[in-house]
Design a protein around this ligand. Structure first.
Ligand code: DX5
Ligand code: ZN
Length: 221
């Protein structure tokens, strides 16, 4: 069954608690927390995400799937580890070399947290191969990171299939998570390509009935 990680980037800032409650009750598997620092990507969502996490702390037990779109990764791990997330995912493109990637993987694990690495649409899948045995999730960006509500970039679906083929061939246990532009029209493509978790923001948050939308996304209806 496809797992759904709901991005809270686009919730209505006037009534966040109501929407977070409704998302919690809708059948999602994770809350996807999109942290942007205004450097790695142009938007800065740090304070907003911390505010929402403080709300979630008191109303939810669902696992937190933190997506760091930041340049100074260690600084942000330290900021967000306090919320005891299920996993912290950082961008390969924000790391200067292999040593930094390995150091960050170790650092996150030493904080009793699962590790994800994300790659942007233009980054080759092969760039991440050497880290796959060490991490829990590979987050394939199906849009350019930086904002919600963008259409899925079709070429990125091939990357998911390429990654799936590689992990199957090499017997590697790692989740493949697709992030960006996932809705009832695109979820089948990413599922058939091999994703087992999808991030859905706009397609849930802007829908009339969250539970109905999540049910359809899970069952590809
Ligand atoms: C984009 C974020 C995505 C995005 C998903 O930088 O990483 O998680 O918010 O939102 P939708 O589902 O609206 O594309
Ligand atoms: Zn994201």
């Amino acid at each position: 069954m496809m797992e759904i990680s709901a991005s809270i980037l686009g919730i209505n800032e006037e009534s966040p608690i109501r929407q977070l409650y409704d998302l919690e009750a809708s059948g999602i598997n994770y809350f996807h927390i999109d942290v942007m620092d205004g450097k790695f990507v142009k938007n800065n969502t740090t304070d907003k995400m911390i505010e929402y996490l403080e709300c979630l702390n008191s109303i939810s037990v669902l696992p937190l799937d933190i997506h760091l779109m930041v340049s100074n990764i260690k600084e942000y791990i330290d900021k967000f580890i306090v919320f005891e997330p299920n996993n912290i995912t950082f961008h390969l493109e924000a790391c200067k070399d292999e040593n930094e990637v390995l150091e960050l993987i170790r650092y996150i694990k030493n904080n009793n947290c699962k590790v994800g690495i994300s790659i942007k649409p233009k980054t080759e899948v092969s760039e991440i191969y050497r880290y796959l045995p060490l991490i829990h999730t590979c987050l394939i960006m199906t849009v350019e990171p930086g904002e919600g509500g963008q259409p899925l970039i079709p070429e990125t679906v091939k990357k998911i299939a390429e990654l799936k083929k590689y992990i199957d061939k090499n017997n590697i246990e790692v989740d493949i998570e697709a992030d960006g532009g996932i809705n009832l029209d695109t979820i089948n493509d990413v599922k058939n390509a091999g994703a087992n978790i999808v991030v859905a923001g706009t397609s849930i948050v802007k829908s009339e009935n969250y539970t109905e939308t999540v049910r359809k996304l899970k069952n590809n209806l």
